[in-house]
Design a protein around this ligand. Sequence first.
Ligand code: SF4
Length: 313
Amino acid sequence: MTCNICPNYCKSDIDTICKQNPQYDDENVIDAASVAIDPIEKKPLYHYLPGTKTLSIGTVGCNLNCMNCQNHTIARPENALIVPTKSYTPEQIVQKAIDNDIPSISWTYNEPTIHPKWIINTSHLAKEYDIKTILVTNGYTSQETLDNLLEYVDAVNVDIKSLDDAFYKNVCSGRLEPVLNSVRFYVKNNIHTEITNLLIPGYNDNIVDMKKIINFVVKLSDKIPLHFSAFYPQYKLSSLEPTSANIVYKACDLGQYLGLKYVYPGNVPVSYKNNTYCKNCRHLLIDRSNSIKSYIKDKCACPNCNHKVDIII
Ligand code: SF4
């Protein structure tokens, strides 16, 4: 039987690329490898419910095989059967969010969209309590799954690894086009979208690659937040040096120069560059240089010039 959950369209039930058989997932038994409460900024989402916590759920498996994977022990384990997991029902997950007064559930750490039934069933219930559903995803998702998830997802952070198909092939064992299709789909359907790009030294930390990703995002909307993130050596790229903070800042400056309104550094010491300023008058809207402090008084407007802010509160 062919699995149509992701663009790999695996034909075998035995040796699937994600090392799971997600088409047979029991929708009422979520096998979680990790459950944690995180600041939503850690996802990273900077323009969605800022300053709130999110209930993070990680499961097992991934449909890409990135040489730099920081979560490879759950995403690409040698043997998926030996990853310690704990089973939860959707009711238990939603109850955990309610008990901790958390307004969102984030599917994160591994690739969430390979287990769409778990997201759909949990979100269906979460909606009753106005708890939002967030995906931190590689975007490597089939159109069938995107369509199935659409009404259950409120916000996404999509990790675009490069705008170069050869990078996806050589570093991630995947393809670029399905990722771009997912990003376009989320934006077109008004799902809150932020983008992350990890800068890997010698692979994609050059001006040409930075420009490509910036131009792709600008073309979709100059209001989409783009997070340029520093790489730390791990998994199959553990012999590389970490990305210098200066390269990350350079990418952020370039993003703003080329027209993006919101570009943020990640995995480097937090500074004023992590703040959000009004795109009209440059007034400080959210200070993240220490703890998270919002200066947005009215739900949608800059307190200085009254210009609409591009942040969901
Ligand atoms: S979700 Fe897993 S099994 Fe299904 S097509 Fe993708 S890699 Fe293969």
